[in-house]
Design a protein around this ligand. Sequence first.
Ligand code: FCA
Length: 335
Amino acid sequence: MKRFRWLGCLLLVGLAQVWLVGCGGDGGGSDSGAIKIGFLVKQPEESWFRAEWRYAQEAADEKGFELIKIGAKDAEEVRSQIDSLAVSGAQGFVICTPDVRMGPAIKRLAEQNDLKFMTVDDQLVDAEGAFMTEVPHLGIAAKEIGRQVGKALYVEMQNRGWAVEDTAACVVVFKDLDTARERTDGAMEALIEAGFPVEKVYQAPQKKDETDEAFNATNDLLTNHPEVRNWLVCGMNDLTVIGAVRAFSSKGIGKDRVIAIGINGTDVQDELGKDNAFFGSMLLQPRLHGYDTVSMVYDWIQSGVAPKADTRTTAILITRDNYEQELKRQGLWRE
Ligand code: FCA
């Protein structure tokens, strides 16, 4: 009996030691020393955000911190996920929010929970709609990339020998998001500068940044313009332009009458593999959006060096001629 009591004591001491080690020996609730960084994205199923996560994970593996990948599709999820990040002992996060108008709320939550954070892709705005420049941001040079789309559409129209009189532009616009608006504004500006008639630039407003919404918006536009022979098509990203191209093809308008160019490049491998109206895409650099952003937050936590206030990334045009080579170069090609 005595022996059992003695064994029981040993077991208790052992358990207490395991508990102490598990808590870093400081009696606190989390592993002291272990760095945890969250990466919240608005559309976790999209190739673009998967690519960002993949490169963020590369940084985590290299530098030895824990990356917590989180899909947050609406405001409620953003709030609860930031809270759970804090509970899990994270020290910071990178976010592409489903609603940029949540800016002040996200900032308040981060401050309350003592979390350092920066935004990626979509820049937060305050109650007046002004950019919250006090939050570090890494996004694309949206206007310039949009201008590249406009120029490329015009050049391809000329290459095909299409007369301007027979051609119109279908620009799928999403006005609720600045980076989206800047892209399509840039495309329209460059088209018009190149000599495209302003009155033939038609805008199709999408209600949400989703493929189905782009399909619906384009469908409505096409119903109102049966007179147009040839079309130049663009929008905020690949998924939007995929929706638009589907709307054209559902009306029997195919690649002989449509030149469509997307943005992202991460979603077009299948499209460019087919013989369809998709002409190309502006290929962005997801590595910089994933690897670099979490690395900046990591440095901030480690050494107190805050990220650069505003970083903008560039893009190159990919078409059937170079997409395989360029996607492979960025490690984005799927076999
Ligand atoms: C936005 C879009 C994404 C991608 C990113 C750079 O968040 O929704 O598809 O274009 O900007």
